[in-house]
Design a protein around this ligand. Structure first.
Ligand SMILES: *[C@@H]1O[C@H](CO)[C@@H](O)[C@H](O)[C@H]1NC(C)=O
Ligand SMILES: *[C@@H]1O[C@H](CO)[C@@H](O)[C@H](O)[C@H]1NC(C)=O
Ligand SMILES: *[C@@H]1O[C@H](CO)[C@@H](O)[C@H](O)[C@H]1NC(C)=O
Ligand SMILES: *[C@@H]1O[C@H](CO)[C@@H](O)[C@H](O)[C@H]1NC(C)=O
Ligand SMILES: *[C@@H]1O[C@H](CO)[C@@H](O)[C@H](O)[C@H]1NC(C)=O
Length: 946
């Protein structure tokens, strides 16, 4: 027995020895696989980092680093994070047994090889490289694929790319992460059908459209669709409620609309929900905030309404239309009833944005009050779509409800009959169904133009005045019911309307205007700084033949709405009322034509940023600057910039930022009106003073300018209620007033900074010479890119040299790098100081500090740069020490924004020869006069940040 065993052992040993000998001669590795590995190595710029033995041809047998085999075949290549650069062999898919490839976070570049036919591949980690092309058959035949990660690769940058249908055949796919890799188009339907998919990360692409219905019931756990470039995703987020396995949902930075579905209570595993930066509306459902696992909820920058929920986890909610500013407080009963009404009509976005705060009498659009109670709801022709909420029955001071010309369906709620003061209920031209409840004889009820109300229904209708009448009968006129049920006038509706509506309209206009003027006059006496919060002059209403100017006063409650309403304002067709929040003026093109003498060439102030800037003078002598987008360049990009510029300027007010006074959108014209800065751009005074016969700027003026710019930028970065990145700070965007105080201009390129301090991958914008290196290289931007540009501006103030000048010798061509070197010694620094400066010892001391600050700000690595607050802190004492300027003069900068806007408007209107004051009518049909306009001065000074 024993002998037998030992003999067997010996035999085995012998066998083993023979096998080892054979393999030592031939090698363990499939030689075709070896050839691909060799190609892989040769394609690298730094193959030594792999530490693969030279001359060896047996990676499997010799267990090369980073290579793992299954038998003689290469199964894995794992080279994450090695710093490898170079390109991949284009026949990588010949590694037939490859199951797991980890190339993430290297510097691989060029074209991705196709992975087509890699039928054993389970894991592919390719993120964080510089691959610039993805072949169209890349995903074909990946039947075993479980993880595909391509995040952060500049794939097909110019055209973008889409996920091919073939990917649907990868039925085991669990993780698909494709953030920041230039995907375009809609979210493919088939992704919703992939039943193993758990993780779908598609942030920072250029995707758009709705979340497809196929996602309903999907088992996804992580869904990231946030921060799409361009318009982003839209449509409702209802489908989320059916995806009950979700744990992380990031939808921020898109254009989603509608309310949060209350069914979201079914997503009991949800830990993170980010909905910030969309156009969402409605009241926050309780069964969202009560979700058991929720740790982070972000709702900022939408148009949510109602009370702010009180929760224990991380919760951000600024820039919405909530009724209170403190979590947990309920809304007033009136507001609650009005919000129920709004819910019935599916929260039209414009109203959701404008009806914020807890006081409907503070100038809510379409609401008028008497004795501080809601008395009129006036929203005719407002495209309201939905039903009439019975909650209106609780607004017991209502005298008039005018909802004619909408798309209201359902029945007229019984509850409205309990309104004791109701006089007028105009529901004509809707889609309502009978029966109508019985109203008292004092109420005029108009239901003509509702197709379902016909003669045969009159049995169920109220008797008397309000009786729904056969089409064409007299009671269908606005005045029909008042004089009794028998007003059987033979006039057609049209005539009746004309006779009665015209005088009423004019009467209301005049009375309204007069009372508004009286009101403001009185208000002005109380406080010189009080002005209406915001007036929108709507110069051209397509439905208005006589082209009357309309004024709508918009509420400006402190927690007023987020974002501007440009979308609706600019598309013209969808709505005929252009309202944007934040104290803006729409000014008629005609006024601006007159002010600029029909955009005369001699009034051109400058060109750039897709438009020409003109000097203009209004009738009252106010100087303005008008930026006109040229019709020829009204590409989408220019329109985007136009919108971006208005959106930002309306939100950002600071004495060191150029203010917008108004804008115009008519036909192809896109005009922006700014305060006029008499001394023009800093670049003129720094680089062109000789040609232009100007005085060179003294050091004192330069210091003040530096501090002004730093303050403006600090505000933009951190003190405004949101963080903004300018992206194109340079002397031609810094404008000077008569006393050489500076304001930062041209926010056309500003993109809203993301919530955190994270960088946003953005299309490269800006101007060469001022671009921060990381921005130029990666296109990723943070506020630190502005700090870099500010550093370059400081260098220009010190040297009088432009950031980039091809005519300068090679070494000094780029001011930023040259200056960095020149500031290293006192002698060198002296040599580069602008020769027009009078460099006393005292001045040199201060110049040295600025040179140091400039270098600090323009440091190579973003994290080495200070933030703008630091720059302000360095500059402020210097300015103080260096013969301080009189601070009191600051208020005289440019236009006095605290002048009552109506007065300015009146002046401008008068300047427009075609319009006189009597034709300025209060837009009775669409606007309302606030009983108590919020103090403009308050909001201005608080926004001023000091
Ligand atoms: C899939 O994604 C999740 C979430 O990011 C991650 O935790 C997990 O490790 C991923 N799975 C694989 C196999 O990479
Ligand atoms: C959430 O609340 C709404 C109303 O409060 C209710 O209709 C809905 O069924 C709830 N959904 C879940 C999933 O709890
Ligand atoms: C809340 O936010 C803070 C700061 O961002 C973070 O440190 C903390 O972990 C968060 N808490 C939860 C429960 O997510
Ligand atoms: C409508 O009226 C009924 C009875 O008067 C009342 O119970 C109900 O609460 C009212 N509905 C609303 C929404 O106000
Ligand atoms: C009006 O409402 C009906 C029913 O809700 C809807 O089908 C229709 O599309 C709406 N029309 C408009 C113009 O909104």
């Amino acid at each position: 027995m024993r002998a037998w065993t030992s003999r067997l052992l010996l035999l085995l040993l012998l066998l083993c020895a023979i096998l080892c000998f054979i393999s030592a001669v031939l090698g363990d590795t499939d030689q075709n696989d070896m050839a691909i590995l060799d190609e892989f190595r040769k394609g690298l710029d730094n193959p030594e980092l792999l530490q693969w033995p030279a001359g060896s041809t047996d990676p499997c047998g010799e267990k090369w680093k980073h290579v793992f085999c299954a038998g003689s075949r290469v199964a894995q290549i794992q080279v994450a994070n090695l710093g490898l650069s170079g390109s991949l062999p284009q026949d990588l898919n010949k590694l037939q047994m490859l199951s797991n490839v980890g190339l993430q976070r290297n510097k691989f570049s060029g074209k991705l090889p196709t992975f087509s036919g890699l039928s054993n591949l389970q894991y592919a980690y390719l993120s964080g490289n510089q691959f610039d092309t993805i072949p169209s058959d890349f995903f074909v035949g990946l039947t075993e694929l479980q993880v595909m990660s391509l995040d952060e690769n500049p794939l097909n940058q110019s055209t973008g790319w889409t996920l091919p249908q073939e990917l649907e055949n990868s039925a085991q796919l669990m993780n698909l992460t494709l953030s920041t890799c230039n995907l375009v188009g809609p979210l493919p339907d088939f992704l919703g059908r992939m039943s193993s998919l758990r993780v779908l990360e598609l942030s920072y692409n250029n995707l758009s459209g709705e979340i497809p219905a196929t996602f309903s019931g999907s088992s996804l756990q992580i869904l990231w669709l946030n921060n799409q470039d361009g318009l982003g995703f839209n449509g409702s987020i209802d489908v989320i409620a059916s995806m009950t396995a979700l744990t992380q949902v990031w939808l921020h930075g898109n254009g989603f609309t509608g309310p949060i579905p209350s069914g979201i209570g079914a997503c009991t595993s949800l830990t993170q929900l980010s909905l910030n930066g969309n156009q969402l509306v409605g009241i926050i459902p309780e069964n969202l905030t009560a979700l058991p696992e929720l740790q982070s909820l972000k709702l900022d920058n939408n148009a949510f309404m109602g009370p702010i929920p009180k929760v224990k986890y991380n919760f951000t909610y600024s820039q919405n239309s909530f009724c209170q500013s403190t979590p947990g407080l309920p809304c007033s009963p009136e507001v609650t009833a009005l919000l129920d009404f709004l819910q019935g009509v599916n929260y039209p976005l414009k109203l959701a944005k404008l009806w914020s705060g807890n006081d409907p009498c503070s100038g809510w659009l379409g609401i008028s009050c008497s004795a501080n109670k809601v008395s009129v709801i006036n929203l005719p022709n407002y495209q309201l779509d939905g039903t009439i909420s019975p909650s209106l029955g609780q607004l017991d001071s209502l005298t008039d409800i005018k909802l004619d010309g909408n798309n209201l369906t359902g029945t007229i709620p019984q509850n409205l009959t309990s309104l004791k003061s109701l006089k007028m209920l105009n529901l004509s031209s809707n889609n309502l169904s009978p029966p109508a409840p019985k109203f008292s004889n004092d109420v005029t009820v108009l239901v003509h133009g509702n197709p379902l109300f016909t003669t045969s229904n009159s049995s169920g209708s109220p008797s008397g005045n309000g009786s729904p009448s056969p089409p064409g009968s007299s009671s269908s006129s606005p005045s029909g019911g008042r004089s009794g049920s028998n007003t059987s006038s033979k006039n057609s509706n049209k005539v009746n309307v004309l006779i009665i509506a015209v005088p009423v309209g004019v009467g209301v206009s005049i009375i309204g205007l007069v009372s508004l003027l009286l009101f403001w006059r009185q208000k002005r006496k109380e406080s010189a700084f009080t002005a209406p919060s915001s007036i929108v002059i709507h110069p051209k209403d397509p439905s208005d033949e006589d082209n009357m100017v309309k004024i709508v006063v918009v509420n400006n409650a402190s927690n007023s709405t987020a974002g501007s309403d440009l979308q609706t304002g600019m598309d013209g067709g969808a709505s005929n009322l252009h309202v944007i929040d934040g104290g803006n003026l729409v000014i008629s093109v005609q006024v601006l034509r007159n002010a600029t003498r029909n955009f005369a060439p001699e009034n051109v102030l400058g060109k750039g940023g897709f438009g020409v800037v003109y000097r203009g003078e209004l009738h009252d002598g106010t100087m303005i600057a008008v930026k006109r987008m040229e019709a020829a360049v009204l590409s989408n990009k220019a329109l985007d910039e136009f919108q971006a510029e208005i959106a930002v300027l309306t939100k950002v007010r600071h004495r060191n930022l150029v203010s917008i006074l108004g804008y115009s959108v008519e036909g192809n014209e896109r005009l922006l009106v700014y305060e006029y800065m008499p001394q023009g751009a800093l670049s003129r005074h720094l680089f062109q003073w000789k040609q232009l016969n100007l005085e060179p700027l003294s050091w004192k003026k330069r210091l003040n300018i530096a501090l002004d710019v730093a303050r403006g930028m600090e505000y933009l970065h951190s003190l405004a209620h949101q963080s903004f990145i300018h992206r194109d700070l340079k002397p031609s965007n810094i404008l000077l007033s008569d006393d050489y105080r500076a304001k930062v201009a041209d926010f056309g390129l500003v993109k809203l900074a993301p919530d955190g301090k994270n960088s946003v991958a953005t299309r490269l914008a800006g101007t060469f010479g001022y671009l921060a290196p990381e921005y130029a290289v990666t296109g990723k931007i943070t506020t630190k890119a502005d700090v870099f540009s500010f550093g370059v501006v400081l260098m220009e103030l010190v040297t009088g040299l432009a950031a980039l000048d091809e005519d300068r010798p090679e070494e000094s061509r780029y001011l930023a790098s040259w200056f960095y070197y020149m500031k290293t010694s006192k002698e060198k620094l002296k040599a580069v100081i602008d020769s027009s400066l009078d460099v006393t010892d005292e001045a040199f001391e201060s110049i040295s500090v600025i040179a140091e600050l400039a270098g600090h700000c323009a440091a190579r690595e973003p994290h080495q740069r200070p933030d703008m607050g630091y720059a302000v802190n360095v500059l402020a004492p210097l300015v103080e020490k260096w013969k301080p300027m009189n601070d009191d003069q600051e208020e005289s900068l440019g236009i006095d924004l605290r002048q009552p806007l109506l007065q300015m408007v009146k002046g401008w209107q008068a300047a427009d020869g075609t319009t006189n004051v009597s034709s300025v009518s209060l837009d009775d049909s669409k606007g309302s006069i606030p009983a108590r306009p919020a103090g403009f001065a308050e909001s201005f000074t608080s926004a001023d940040g000091r």
